[in-house]
Every structure is written in C-alpha cells, then in structure tokens.
Design a protein around this ligand. Structure first.
Ligand SMILES: Cc1ncc(C[n+]2csc(CCOP(=O)(O)OP(=O)(O)O)c2C)c(N)n1
Ligand SMILES: [Mg+2]
Length: 471
C-alpha cells in the first residue's frame, strides 16, 4: 500500500511537471470543444481519464469532509493517478467489436458526382484541382513506364502506386511544403507533387551518379532534403516512432508545421506502429499518421492481419483523434487532410487517418498477386473505383478539364518519362569508392581492407562485374 501511494505521488509530480511543460509550450488543446465529449456513452467525461485534467479531482482532505453515501459521485469514482475512473456495480466486459463499423467519409460517388445530402463546402480552387489531376495522371503513367522498364531489364526493381493515386496526391496538396514527410514506400506521388522531377526519379531507380543516394539503395528508396521528404527505408513501420520524434522537435521549436507519415495496413502489425502512436499521443506531437489500408500486405489479406474494425479504432485506444476516409475519393482525402493538418498544428496533437483503398498493382515487381487474389476483385477496383477516373469526372463536370487537354497531357508525360529514363541510363554510375564513403570521416582499417579486396577481385574477374561502374 505504502509503495502504491509513493508511486502514485511520483506519477502525480510527473504529471504536474507535464502540466507545466504544456503551459510553457502554450498548448491550445481544448477539451471543451472535443467531439468525443457528447458522443461517448461509456465515459462520462474526458476529465475521468485524461492526465491533463488529473487535478480536477478532489484532494483527500476534501473527500473526508464529504458524505460517505454510495450516491455521492466522489465515492462512485476511483481517484486514480491520471484522473478519476467511474465505478459500476454492473460486471460488463467491453465487447471486442461494436455492431456498426466506423463509417467512411466521402464526398464523391464512384461517378465523380457530389453525393446527395452532403454538407461539402468547396475549399479547393480550380488551380489546385487541375494540378492534382495532372499529378495523379503523371504518377499513373510514370508507374506504368517504370514498371515496363523493369520488365525490360533496365531497372532492377519497382513498386507502383496503382489505385492509391488519390491518397498520394490529394494528401500532398492539402499540406504545406514545410510539413515533413516520413514515407513507407508507396507514396512517391507526394514527392512528385512537391516538385521532384521525373529525371530525379529515374536517376534514383537507375542508381547513377546523379542519384542523391549515390546508387547505394534499391530503386524506389527516394529521399529529398529540398522537399522535406525523409528517405524511404525498407524495414516496415520504422518511420512511425521516428515521425513522433520529428514532430516533437517541431513542437519544441514552435514551428508552424507538422509531420506526416504514411504506412500500410501491414505496417500496423509492427510494434513500431504502437510505439509511434503512443509516443505521439503522450507527447502531444503534431503528426498525422496516414494509413493506406489497401487490403493486402503482399499476400496477407487484412482478415489475417487484425481482428479489429480496421485501423481507425486503434487511434482512440491511444488517445488520438481519428477518421476513416475513402482513399479513392481525392476530394475527401484533400478535405480530411486539410482539417487534420489544421488540428495537428493549431492544437498540437497527433491525428490518425485510415484511408480505405486498394492496391491494384502487384506488391512489387517481385510479386504476382493473381496467385493469391481474385481477378474480379482487382478489376472492380481498377475499373469501378479508379481514383483518377473519379476525380477526372468531377473536374470535367466543373468545366475545368477537357478531352483535348487530356490527350495532350498524356502525350507529353509519356515523352518526358521516356526521356528521363534514357538520360538516367546514359548517366555514369557512381565510382566504386562511393561505396565506402559518407559514414566515417576516416574509414576504419576493416573498411579500407574491404575496398582493397573488392578492387583486387574485380581486377581478377572483370567479367563478373558491371563494366559501367568506374573502378
Ligand atoms: C520489418 C519488416 N518486415 C517484413 C518486411 C517485408 N515486407 C515488405 S513490404 C511488406 C508488406 C507491407 O504491407 P503494407 O504495410 O500493407 O503496405 P503495402 O505494400 O500494402 O502498401 C512486407 C511484409 C519488411 N520490409 N520489413
Ligand atoms: Mg497494404
């Protein structure tokens, strides 16, 4: 008991420190306007469980002055570190799922028309909408041509964003360029929208000397300091706790920006997903977690990935405001990310967005998805739920786009992609010495020996090594 009290005092003083830090940071978090306050039926008030309202509970001496009656609200709740918890005499387990699934926010139907009874307010200008459409189309064509280039043996590996163009481009359009991106690997559309050129993409995929990674990484591992886009890294979900940390640094520096991190449904099975969300929630870090729930993690269907109603519910478990959206409706993605960014930056808090979509392409060029999923399923998403076609219909109905512009744009993009691949192919590879540079100021002896051995081996067996790498 004594240990319990002394621990609870320690936690109390930690919380007090936390309160002071919040004041110091000028957090504008306001629970009076919380959307959860009135909707939650099991919980009387956030004050009962939120650490930042911990000190609304009574002191022990105050309690002694009040009646001991069972009707007394003070007695009906447990004064616990972190806030009061209501008592109940009803033994009731929280059900593993609710009867109704969390609804999915959308604005456009599959014909690109505004859905009836929606309270959509047009925030998107013609200029933004047309740029978004052009970028979605560029992403689709670029993916097609790079994929083909891999099939021809010109690139060693590739991953497409087919079916996820709206999440990529519409989320990017709703952010500012100061917002920092920590991607998984299927979000190169965000980089494209920020101005990374087709030649820069091709240089990375070809691993030539113009590649910022100096050819050391697999294709599609893009990164750009200029565009505030962290490098893709292969191990799934490592970007999530990092995103919480980067966001916390923005908070410390009082920057008018947030972090946006992307991940797949498969990524949520990693411990890093849970660590990242919890860290961000506790530290009140301005980060938007965007989950692209595309139904599959390579050949693992979501039914084998989790038993919850998707990912959106997990946000509330960590104390994070969350929304589920139609990831194939570019307008819905844009609106939701726009609002999420505003809350993340203004209220200094994390937000979780679950975007429902579908990976129309194979996982990568090393995969054949027809081996584990039905062709009908792929076709349905490719044809009826195609995010590029849905958005195109909407901009056409506004009079912002025509078939003539479409034909001209398609022709131009194809030419530009082809040219980018050809120029990148002709560009020299980085010299062999670059394989050993940039980690140490002075390479240690073992690295020097490895470089020497590699050079000797190449000299002995030149036929086994690429002739276009300067030795
Ligand atoms: C830690 C880790 N485990 C396994 C892998 C192998 N792997 C690469 S992609 C992938 C599936 C990820 O699926 P998801 O997060 O849903 O993204 P999607 O490919 O659907 O966009 C797996 C298991 C990895 N790269 N890192
Ligand atoms: Mg997936």
């Amino acid at each position: 008991m004594a240990i319990w009290f002394s621990r609870s005092r320690n936690i109390g003083s930690q919380l007090q420190k936390c309160m002071k830090t919040r004041e110091f940071l000028g957090s504008q978090t306001s629970w009076t306007s919380s959307p959860f306050q009135s909707s939650s039926s099991n919980v009387t008030s956030p004050a009962l469980f939120l650490p930042n309202l911990r000190f609304n509970s009574s002191t022990i001496s105050e309690k002694q002055l009040t009646s001991d009656s069972d009707d007394d609200p003070q007695v009906q709740s447990l004064d616990f570190p972190g806030g009061r918890v209501p008592y109940t005499s009803e033994m009731k387990f929280i059900w593993e799922s609710s009867q109704n699934r969390v609804p999915c926010y959308r604005v456009l139907n599959d014909n690109g028309e505004l859905i009836r009874n929606n309270n959509f307010q047009q925030v998107m200008s013609k200029e933004i909408a047309v740029k978004m459409y052009k970028d979605m189309l560029t992403l689709q064509i670029m993916d097609n041509m790079f994929y083909e280039a891999q099939r021809q043996g010109r690139i060693s590996f590739y991953m497409t964003s087919f079916g996820e163009e709206a999440i990529n481009i519409a989320s990017a359009a709703a952010l500012t360029k100061d917002d920092i991106i920590l991607p998984q690997y299927r979000e190169h559309g965000v980089l494209l929208h920020r101005g990374f050129t087709l030649l820069e993409f091709a240089n990375q995929c070809l691993g030539n000397k113009a590649d910022y990674g100096k050819g050391r990484q697999m294709p599609i591992h893009y990164g750009s300091n200029k565009h505030n886009y962290f490098n893709v890294s292969s191990p799934i979900a490592t970007q999530l706790p990092q995103a919480a940390g980067v966001a916390y640094s923005l908070k410390m520096e009082k920057k008018d920006a947030c972090v946006v991190t992307y991940f797949g449904d498969g990524g949520t099975s990693e411990g890093d997903f849970h660590a990242g969300l919890n860290f961000a929630a506790v530290m009140e870090a301005p980060v938007i977690f965007i989950c692209r729930n595309n139904g599959w993690a390579i050949s693992t269907n979501i039914s084998e990935q989790f038993r919850s109603d998707g990912i959106v519910l997990k946000g509330q478990a960590y104390g994070i405001r969350s929304i589920r959206i139609d990831g194939n409706d570019a307008l819905a993605v844009y609106n939701a990310i726009h609002a999420a960014r505003d809350m993340a930056v203004r209220e200094q808090r994390p937000i979780l967005v679950e975007a429902m979509t579908y990976r129309v392409g194979h996982h990568s060029t090393s995969d054949d998805s027809t081996k584990y999923r039905a062709l009908d399923e792929i076709d349905y998403w490719k044809m009826s739920r195609n995010p590029v076609s849905i958005f195109k219909k909407w901009i056409e109905s506004n009079g912002w786009w025509s078939e003539t512009e479409e034909a001209e744009l398609r022709g131009n993009i194809r030419k530009e992609v082809l040219q980018a691949i050809q120029v990148a192919e002709r560009t020299e590879k980085p010299p062999l010495a670059e394989l050993f540079s940039d980690v140490y100021d002075h390479p240690p002896r073992n690295l020097q020996e490895q470089e020497k051995q590699l050079r000797e081996t190449i000299n002995r067996n030149p036929q086994n090594y690429p002739s276009d790498v300067p030795v």
